[in-house]
Design a protein around this ligand. Sequence first.
Ligand code: PMP
Length: 399
Amino acid sequence: SSWWRSIEPAPKDPILGVTEAFLMDQSPNKVNVGVGAYRDDNGKPVVLDCVREAERRIAGNQNMEYLPIGGSIKMVEESLKLAYGENSEFIKDKRIAAVQALSGTGACRLFAAFQQRFHPDSQIYIPNPTWANHHNIWRDAGLPIRIYQYYHPESRGLDFAALMDDIKNAPNGSFFLLHACAHNPTGVDPTEEQWREISSQFKVKGHFAFFDMAYQGFASGNPERDAKAVRIFLEDGHLIGLAQSYAKNMGLYGQRVGCLSVVCEDEKQAIAVKSRLQQLARPMYSNPPVHGALIVSTVLGDTQLKKLWLQEVKVMADRIIGMRSELREKLEKLGSRLSWKHITNQIGMFCYSGMSPEQVDRLTKEFHIYMTRNGRISMAGLNTGNVGYVAEAIHEVTK
Ligand code: PMP
């Protein structure tokens, strides 16, 4: 009876708390730009047509047997082609150790456990700021977290010089987490040229690059373009780690389907690494769920469905890019004296607006607009029906 007496409730998750407050609000004008989930122009969640068609094909044809510990071989193969390139030598040479993961979170968590097991004295460098869960994931894996500089508040862009300094100043052979594209929460990505410099500095220092790629295709509308950073590191001969997620780019949020891969020196090493990833997964969850993996392998393994997916992911990206232009234009038309260029310079799901916590509080209290207090706007929550209202409200609290 006294086993748990000393336990205090955990602090609320800041993002999920925003949604709770939004749901309680009775105002007809209320807007949720907190959670990072795609919405269509009517503010409704979307299931892609390619996914619906894949489900039709799967329906009734599948037994419910366990997958192997490493998950669906076919889904993993398709994921590697998507990230590393259709004709990747690493795939041909069987140099990539890869397993299905419980979406992007699970891929990060499994990698963190792997890092901890085989480099127990290592630490992880994560950008400032980053997706808040990165802190939790590496903390729970038992590894110390170090911060590298990334965002430049004045320009609302990348602090490239500071980033390069931190890469140089980290001990040789450090582990770094990099957002492959559409950095969360800032929407600020290095340019291609900057990625090349980062990659060559990583070579000089012998750092390990772990890419978290939660938004491939969702950023620019083109999965190939969004894989550019990963490809640059591969060209330069880095043995990277990579977390992939189908939550955003295929709208499979609740299906929890993703992939973790580690590039190895040769096939023999890849076999060993994969067996160790499986060994780590076994006591955590035994094997990953079937349904989402089957959707992904059905979509990506079929020429027509893949084509449809490419169109649909572009529609999602384009709608968000369009909302960026509209929000910026509307703020400028309202006569805001502030610069809003960063709204269209940033990319992906989020706009790091630069608004203060107090300004965000006013947006919520006076205008029923819900978002995290760091000023992050989930662009997918905007649509032609509410972007004007949101622009006026932002203008009002930033005067
Ligand atoms: N990494 C980053 C940077 C993200 O933004 C997200 C999604 N919020 C994830 C990983 C993982 O999401 P999921 O586990 O739903 O794939």
